[in-house]
Design a protein around this ligand. Structure first.
Ligand code: ADP
Ligand code: MG
Length: 271
C-alpha cells in the first residue's frame, strides 16, 4: 500500500518572543503514490515543518493538507536513530509491532526479516551501544519498514553517517524501494544524494519557506553515483538553490515567483 499526499497553499507561522517566523508560505505540492520525492534547501527553510505536517504532528497551519487514504500508516525516520538503549536490535523492531497488536512470536519473526532486509542478519541480539552509527540507523530503518508504512518520512537520515556508510545505505534504500515502492518524502542538504535517490527533487528557499524549483529526475534505476545525467541535474538544481539563497522574498509580496518545473531530459531543464 502506498499513499498520495497534497499540500495546498500551506502556510505555517511561528510566533517567537521577538518576531513571527514564516516557516512556510503558500506551499503547494502533490506527491503521487510510490513517488520518491526529495526536499532540499538551506537550514530553516521549513523542510522539517513540512514533514511534521505530513506526519500529522503539526496541525497549526493555514491552507490544507490531505493524505489518501486518510488513515495511511506513516513512518518517520530522523537523523538520529532514536532506539531504546535497553532493548536489542530485534526487540527495538519487535516492540513497534507488538504495540500494534502483533503476537510476540510474530513480531520477532517480522523483526528478524526486516533486520535481514537492511543487512543486519546476525546482529539481532546486539544492543544499540554495541552497534556502529550506520548499524543503528539500519535498525531504525528496519523499524520504520516493519510497520509497512504507506508513507515514509525521512529527515536527513544519512547526514550523521560517514560518507562510505551513507553511500552504501543510499544504494540499499533504493534496492528496498525497487522491491516495494512506497511514497517517500526525503529531506536532505545534499544535492547529489537527492538526485541519486529521488524521482523528483523539490528545492526550497527560506524567509519565507517556499518552493523555488520542482524537477523530475528522469534517469532509470538502477542508478550509478557517477552518472553524468545525475551531475547535470545536480548543476541545475544547485543554481536554483544558490540563486534563491541570497534573495529573501518579502512575505507581503502578492506575486511570489513560481517554482521552475522540468520533466524529462536535463538538457531541457530551465531553472
Ligand atoms: P528546516 O528543517 O528546513 O531546517 P524547520 O522546518 O525546522 O527548517 O524550521 C523552519 C523555521 O521555523 C526556522 O526558522 C525555525 O527556527 C522555525 N521553527 C520551527 N519550529 C518552530 C517552533 N516550534 N517555534 C518557533 N520557530 C520554529
Ligand atoms: Mg530540519
Amino acid at each position: 500500500m502506498s499513499a498520495t499526499l497534497s499540500f495546498d497553499r500551506v502556510s505555517r507561522r511561528f510566533q517567537t518572543r521577538t518576531r513571527v517566523v514564516h516557516a512556510l508560505e503558500n506551499v503547494s505540492i502533490e506527491v503521487r503514490q510510490r513517488e520518491f520525492t526529495a526536499l532540499v534547501g538551506p537550514s530553516g527553510c521549513g523542510k522539517s515543518t513540512l514533514l511534521n505536517i505530513a506526519a500529522g504532528l503539526d496541525t497549526g497551519f493555514d491552507g490544507s493538507f490531505s493524505l489518501d487514504p486518510p488513515k495511511a500508516d506513516r513512518a518517520y525516520l530522523f537523523q538520529s536513530p532514536r532506539l531504546l538503549p535497553w532493548k536489542t536490535a530485534q526487540a527495538n523492531v519487535a516492540f513497534v509491532l507488538e504495540a500494534r497488536g502483533a503476537s510476540r512470536s510474530k513480531a520477532r519473526t517480522a523483526a528478524r526479516h526486516y533486520l535481514e532486509l537492511v543487512g543486519l542478519a546476525g546482529c539481532e541480539h546486539q544492543f544499540p551501544a554495541h552497534l556502529s552509527g550506520g548499524m543503528r540507523q539500519r535498525v531504525a530503518l528496519a523499524r520504520a519498514l516493519a510497520v509497512d508504512p504507506a508513507l515514509m518520512l525521512m529527515d536527513e537520515p544519512f547526514s550523521a553517517l560517514d560518507e562510505i556508510t551513507a553511500h552504501r545505505m543510499r544504494k540499499e534504500l533504493l534496492e528496498i524501494h525497487q522491491i516495494e515502492p512506497r511514497t517517500v518524502l526525503f529531506v536532505t542538504h545534499n544535492l547529489a544524494e537527492a538526485c541519486f535517490l529521488a524521482d523528483r527533487v523539490v528545492v526550497m528557499a527560506s524567509d519565507p519557506g517556499r518552493i523555488v524549483a520542482d524537477v523530475t529526475i528522469d534517469v532509470p534505476r538502477p542508478r550509478e553515483h557517477d552518472d553524468l545525467r545525475l551531475s547535470a541535474y545536480q548543476r541545475e538544481l544547485s543554481r536554483a538553490l544558490f540563486d534563491h539563497s541570497s534573495t529573501p522574498v518579502s512575505t507581503d509580496s502578492p506575486n511570489q515567483q513560481a517554482p521552475a518545473t522540468t520533466k524529462g531530459d536535463p538538457r531541457h531543464a530551465t531553472l
